[in-house]
Design a protein. Structure first.
Length: 259
């Protein structure tokens, strides 16, 4: 892993109102061990309406968990009804922002160009993007998985300097594995994460490739986390459904002790 610190992130998607979010993060702070938080970076990504409440819990209880968001606009302010800007998130001490999740791309029409603008805006606001990529089942079956992901990485990170790429996070999430209970095998996930890293190496150089953290996402559970996390090019997990239950999420965070 070349000294890369693992990052386990919980993407809550459109779940938990702010009361439920407060309870979830408080419970998580009790069940996650201090040892794990020393070895592993952890973030939670609640809906926008929960961010201020979760920030307050994290800061007042000194919980060693980073606050993340799921999405943002690329502009700082303006007539963009319903959108939230990177600087608004930074003001809430959000440190990580998911950009280009497949649900945003597939359901809300986000393009690679949008993703690229957002990645740059998140960096400009002093936060770290988690840039998502991943192929559909049809693309995988047609043998186009690597080409799809390579194209998303090159386009999504276009124009960035090597040290910026080295400092961010890329999440490889095969669309067919999201919310389906169908996880990529550790070997398939490793192969794709290695392809992501070699794309970074080709375009931004060896230093960026060694530093960039690559997460796997798609039906990560306590039972499969140890094998996935044991792969040389997998530096973390982006967890959806299993992150909603603090006990289950804590067991994923404790992956080093299982198996
Ligand atoms: P699941 O873990 O529910 O499959 O979701 C994965 C995901 O999309 C995380 O961003």
């Amino acid at each position: 892993m070349a000294g890369r610190r693992p990052l386990i992130s919980g993407n809550w998607k459109m779940h938990h109102n702010h009361f439920e979010a407060i309870q979830a993060v408080q419970k998580l702070s009790y069940v996650v061990s201090a040892n794990d938080l020393e070895a592993v970076d952890v973030s939670v990504h609640p809906p926008f309406t929960d961010l201020r409440s979760v920030q307050t819990v994290i800061e007042s209880d000194e919980v060693g968990i980073a606050l993340g968001a799921q999405h943002c606009h690329w502009e700082d302010k303006g007539a963009f009804t319903g959108e939230v800007s990177p600087s608004m998130l930074a003001k809430l001490n959000v440190s990580l922002v998911i950009v280009g999740h497949s649900e945003r791309r597939e359901l809300f029409g986000e393009t690679d160009e949008d993703v690229n603008r957002k990645v740059k805006a998140v960096l400009a606001a002093g936060m770290t993007p988690i840039m998502c990529c991943g192929e559909t089942l049809e693309e995988r079956e047609a043998g186009g998985a690597v080409a799809k992901v390579e194209g998303q990485v090159r386009a999504g990170l276009d124009g960035l300097k090597a040290d910026q790429v080295g400092g961010l996070v890329i999440a490889y999430e095969p669309i067919w594995a999201i919310g389906t209970g169908r996880t990529a095998t550790p070997e398939d996930a490793q192969e794709m994460c290695a392809a992501v890293r070699s794309t970074v190496r080709d375009r931004w150089g060896a230093l960026a490739a060694d530093d960039v953290r690559i997460q796997y996402g798609g039906s990560v559970k306590p039972v499969n986390a140890p094998d996935l996390m044991g792969q040389p090019d997998i530096d973390g997990a982006l967890v959806g459904g299993a992150s909603l239950d603090p006990d289950e999420f804590a067991r994923i965070i404790a992956y080093r002790l299982v198996g």
